[in-house]
Ligand binder design. Structure first.
Ligand code: BGC
Length: 384
């Protein structure tokens, strides 16, 4: 399935439907749908994130191992690509060269070559570069040096390998501050990889709402990647790293629950979380905050933005933590995938075998309902 296959030949870019981007930035729409980016995007339709593996700093393990045969399993499950988060910045020497260690190259090479050998396209990124989020200007030379080296190392690799510049820029790394840094990184990569597809994420954690502030150079081999974890209190219930608002567990998808959820008063929930739970307990599914309503509008906006600017959009992360009940997880992945299919957006789930896992390594099979949710026949939306 190709992105934008429904775009009518001859329709002018910037004139897709009645969509007018709010506060349009100074970015010229690309007129053609026959760009290298659109061709490349077809390789990245149904993917999985190899999360919590190569992001870990040297000497640390976040509990994930990865053997060569797992790529064959990914492929046989019907994934067409794997997104590989990498903590390159932990493996760099001092300024001004920021020389990357052979150790990280050999670990990434293992993943990339085995994925490619199993007919999976691959995205490698820079993940959790927290210093860049705190001080984008101060860290930009390091960021560029990392990409200079990664690009040189992989310049002979096939076109099924993509580079994604930075995972989830946030904090001081606003979209506006990252725009010129991205432009410099793309120029750097183009010196050695004139034809490689490059993925770029807007700020505020790759938010779809930030697309309006993204300004890309006219390079026609760039795919825009966004993340969406809505409905957040459902997908991140029990996720300790996600802050105090995700303490309530037992939230189902879709709401409302048969019996209202009564959170433990000792959790001291913020008023907006209490309000969300109240709406979750009482509203019918079509209006419930734990329902497709939480993401459908955002994905529609991503599609309209994409058509307007002539830039393919990929949803590089969505998913639900395994602390949600298995049936709700399966319902959620199925509904999200249905909405992505409706908008003809490529996607990669978070994640393969870690906390949001697809694959149950212990039992050698997918987690309950996950294969059907992502690759089964699309069910009709239940009438509300
Ligand atoms: C982070 C993971 C996290 C996931 C969901 C990813 O971008 O790298 O650590 O589990 O988002 O919150």
């Amino acid at each position: 399935m190709a992105l934008n296959i429904c775009f009518k030949a001859g329709a002018a870019a910037g004139k897709a439907g009645s969509f007018i981007p709010p506060n349009p930035p100074e970015m010229e729409p690309l007129a053609s749908r026959h760009t290298p980016a659109y061709r490349a995007a077809r390789l990245f339709m149904h993917g999985v994130n190899l999360g919590n593996y190569l992001e870990a700093p040297p000497g640390q393990s976040w509990g994930i191992t990865c053997s060569a045969d797992e790529f064959a399993i990914m492929r046989s499950e019907a994934f067409d690509h794997v997104r590989v988060p990498v903590g390159w910045h932990h493996y760099a020497g001092p300024a001004p060269d920021f020389a990357l260690s052979p150790e990280i190259f050999s670990r990434v090479d293992f993943v990339v070559t085995n994925a490619l050998a199993n007919k999976l396209a691959v995205i490698i990124n820079i993940h959790h570069f927290d210093e860049l989020d705190r001080d984008p200007a101060g860290q930009s030379e390091k960021f560029l040096a990392l990409w200079r080296q990664i690009a040189a190392h992989y310049k002979k690799f096939p076109g099924q390998l993509a580079f994604e510049l930075d995972n989830e820029p946030h904090a001081a790394a606003t979209t506006a501050l990252m725009n010129p840094i991205y432009a410099r990184a793309i120029a750097e990569i183009r010196k050695t990889n004139p034809r490689r597809v490059i993925f770029v994420e807007p700020g505020n954690w790759g938010s779809i709402d930030e697309l309006k502030n993204l300004v890309l150079p006219p390079d026609d081999n760039v795919v825009v990647s966004v993340h969406c974890y809505e409905p957040f209190y459902f997908t991140h219930q029990g996720a300790t790293w996600a802050g105090p608002d995700t303490k309530v567990k037992g939230i189902q998808f879709p709401g409302p629950p048969a019996t209202p959820l009564l959170p433990d008063p000792s959790l001291e929930l913020k008023p907006w979380v209490r309000d969300w739970i109240q709406r979750y307990n009482t509203l019918p599914t079509g209006k419930n905050p734990s329902s497709p309503l939480a993401f459908e509008g955002k994905l529609k906006f991503a599609r309209e933005w994409s058509d307007y600017y002539g830039r393919p959009v990929h949803v590089g992360e969505f998913g639900c933590f395994t602390s949600a009940d298995p049936q709700s997880r399966a319902n959620f992945y199925a509904a999200f995938r249905r909405a992505l299919d409706e908008q003809k957006l490529g996607w990669a789930i978070w994640d393969w075998s870690a906390g949001f896992r697809y694959w149950d390594k212990k039992n050698g099979r997918p987690m309950p309902g996950m294969h059907e949710a992502l690759f089964g026949t699309i069910q009709q939306q239940p009438a509300n």
